[in-house]
Write a protein that binds this ligand. Structure first.
Ligand SMILES: *[C@@H]1O[C@H](CO)[C@@H](O)[C@H](O)[C@H]1NC(C)=O
Ligand SMILES: *[C@@H]1O[C@H](CO)[C@@H](O)[C@H](O)[C@H]1NC(C)=O
Ligand SMILES: *[C@@H]1O[C@H](CO)[C@@H](O)[C@H](O)[C@H]1NC(C)=O
Length: 276
């Protein structure tokens, strides 16, 4: 048997089993196993069903949606719709933010959620109950993944910014789903791309610089990105000789005092001598 015949047989078989199982029984289907949406979106989780018999005015439906946090093993009800009462019972926690889009003619029972949050990261189940029609697949599940743009990262310098030292520039976004990927770029003081020391590494948001000299000084930009968006932070690095770093504090103080003195002198000059 060649591959083609094989494929054809498989196809016929699949078709046959579909015909045998699919028709004439309640079958609930959610098209995708996974849905991804950004936090804050208004979303629709689709759910369709087939019925054993064509529906009549008297057909009763009970539709329910529930959710389960991954690994928690506790399924919580979100809403239940009773066709004979024409009411949708929404659980307290979900009031005002979920609704059912039910349409018998279109055989759909979609769940609508407004402004999704990280707490909606769940396995959702759509269940259809029709009295006398319970031999198919009465429910189906899907996963909702709530994506979050990276928050503005925080750039920091770890270590002493003196000649010959090893330092790390770190970059972290507090939020982001999927976990953001970080990359550092830098320019030297003349805004030229830098020739990196061969030992320089850029891993997981940590840029490690070794044996730094004044050539390492300049502007460093970190980009934190995931499939939704990206955000940046930046930092200016100025590498000093070790002695100057200690000296510089004293220099700054001396400078400040001198500035203050000349400022006071300046004020004194401005005093209205003429009027006195
Ligand atoms: C979601 O729907 C609400 C009203 O139901 C509306 O105020 C809001 O702007 C919508 N948000 C988005 C992101 O479309
Ligand atoms: C820089 O990061 C590396 C790896 O995370 C670490 O081993 C090293 O001690 C850090 N150096 C400084 C100066 O923080
Ligand atoms: C550090 O860099 C200086 C030149 O900038 C060089 O003379 C020295 O050998 C380097 N030290 C190490 C440990 O690589």
């Amino acid at each position: 048997m060649n591959a083609w015949t094989m494929e054809r047989r498989m196809y016929t078989l699949t078709l046959l089993s579909l015909v045998l199982s699919g028709v004439g029984a309640l079958t609930v289907n959610i098209p995708k196993k996974l849905y991804e949406f950004a936090r804050g979106d208004n979303i629709t989780l689709p759910c369709t069903f087939t019925l054993k018999n064509p529906p009549t005015e008297k057909t009763l439906y009970i539709i329910s949606w529930s959710g389960e946090v991954e690994g928690s093993d506790t399924e919580t009800l979100i809403l239940t719709y009773y066709s004979h009462l024409g009411i949708t019972d929404v659980t307290k926690h979900n009031e005002g933010r979920v609704s059912l889009d039910f349409d018998v003619a279109k055989r759909k029972a979609d769940l609508k959620i407004t402004s999704i949050t990280k707490r909606d990261n769940k396995e959702f189940e759509c269940r259809v109950q029709v009295p006398g029609d319970d031999e198919g697949k009465p429910s189906d599940t899907t996963r909702l993944v709530v994506l979050v743009a990276p928050s503005t990262p925080i750039c920091e310098i770890q270590g002493k910014t003196e000649y010959g030292k090893n330092i790390n520039l770190t970059c972290v976004s507090e939020e982001g789903m999927p976990t953001p990927i970080y990359s550092w770029k830098s320019q030297d003081v003349r805004n030229m791309p830098r020739v990196a020391d061969p030992r320089t590494t850029d891993k997981g948001g940590v840029l490690s610089l070794y044996n730094i000299s004044k050539d390492a000084s300049g502007y460093y930009i970190c980009t934190s990105s995931n499939k939704i968006r990206s955000a940046t932070c930046n930092i200016t690095l100025s590498v000093m000789p070790p002695s100057m770093n200690i000296g510089s504090t004293a220099e700054i103080i001396a400078g400040a005092v001198a500035a203050l003195v000349s400022f006071i002198r300046y004020l004194l000059l401005l005093l209205p001598e003429g009027e006195g």
